[in-house]
Design a protein around this ligand. Structure first.
Ligand code: ZN
Length: 353
């Protein structure tokens, strides 16, 4: 799996999450280490990877001036091999009980084996049972000086306020398409995978900001396609809606070509593609078209510099009409699943516009 092979081993290798890296590096440099950290954010955005790098850095004698671990000392190697006694990882999704947490808090009272710090990484911490949470809370109230808890979750709203008040919170963001493309390009270069930019872009867009999903998709495509991977091939393997549909569909709606718009919906349905997925992607596309007109800076943050150029064909579009299209299709999208005829909500939306 490419995502394992190319998992970053240092802060410098990480893509995105600069705000988290900066704060963690600062704490390593000043020596003011928080004892309870909460990493929140969507799946695949690097929470566990960040926790492992931080755990290595805490115990590394040879870390550099930026706080990066050297990855050659015994402590670093043990973390990289998954054999470290000073980094204890728990998956709260499978170890939800109070006994698991008691074991952990008992172990927290014992000094670190090799290094200075004992780091407990509790993944999916929102899955802990109530009693387990309470047991954890007791230790979080007065953590031993050598212990660092890193709680990771995709659902921070499920964390009790009493826990939230005791942790330093770090919000991980979805990666931008441009960031994901940059990382995929690096991997493709080292792996000598010949792949067109269109294909990298399709993978990045389909991964919805989760780098790990993008890396998994690249592995899958490489296994299926010998030789150079084109955009069309990537789209086919990933079961995506070809890009060409989105601009064409938006153009039909803007000029009022109902027949053309309805034919597009039918073509997608007949090709066995998922209409709900199409509606979601189309909404993203229409939103970007609107951003390109009213706020190119926001669009650049999502898709990189110069992204507004791909929407040049809509430069004369009426903003109000775009807003109406987005509103009507947002409603239609939510009805596709419950509709007896999947095409119907989209057809009605077309007629409404
Ligand atoms: Zn080291």
């Amino acid at each position: 799996m490419l995502y394992r092979k190319y998992r970053p081993q240092t802060f410098a290798q990480l893509v995105g999450q600069e705000h988290v890296v900066k704060t963690l590096q600062g704490s390593l440099i000043t020596g003011r280490i928080g004892h309870a950290l909460l990493f929140t954010g969507p799946r695949g955005t690097g929470k566990t990877t960040m926790a492992r790098i931080f755990a290595k850095a805490l115990n590394c004698d040879k870390r550099d001036k930026n706080g990066d671990p050297d990855n050659t000392c015994p402590g670093c190697l043990a973390v990289n091999n998954g054999t470290s006694l000073d980094l204890i990882e728990i998956d709260a999704a499978s170890q939800t009980g109070v006994d698991n947490i008691r074991e952990l808090t008992d172990s927290a009272t014992v000094a670190a084996a090799g290094g200075k710090y004992k780091v407990f990484l509790i993944d999916e911490v929102h899955m802990l049972s109530k009693s387990a949470f309470n047991a954890l809370l007791k230790t979080l109230e007065e953590p031993p000086g050598h212990v660092v808890f890193i709680l990771a979750t995709t659902e921070p709203h499920k964390i009790l306020p009493t826990v939230l008040s005791r942790v330093q919170r770090f919000d991980f963001k979805r990666l931008s398409t441009a960031e994901i493309v940059r990382k995929l390009k690096e991997i493709a270069r080292s792996e000598k995978i010949s792949i067109e930019d269109d294909a990298l872009n399709a993978i990045a867009v389909s991964s919805d900001g989760a780098l790990r999903d993008a890396e998994v998709a690249l592995t899958k495509i490489r296994a299926m396609i010998p030789g150079t991977i084109s955009g069309d091939q990537a789209i086919k393997v990933l079961g995506l809606i070809p890009y060409t549909y989105h601009p064409r569909f938006l153009q039909y709606l803007l000029v009022g070509d109902k027949a053309g718009a309805v034919a597009t919906v039918h073509a997608i349905y007949d090709a066995g593609l998922d209409l709900e997925h199409f509606a979601k992607e189309f909404l993203e596309y229409a939103r970007k078209a609107l951003l390109a007109r009213i706020n190119p800076a926001t669009l650049a943050a999502i898709d990189g510099e110069g992204a507004e150029k791909q929407f040049a064909q809509f430069s004369l579009a009426d903003n109000q009409k775009l807003i109406k299209i987005i509103g009507v299709f947002t409603g239609a999208r939510s009805q596709i699943k419950s509709s007896p005829i999947p095409q119907l909500p989209l057809e009605l939306a077309i007629l409404e516009i």
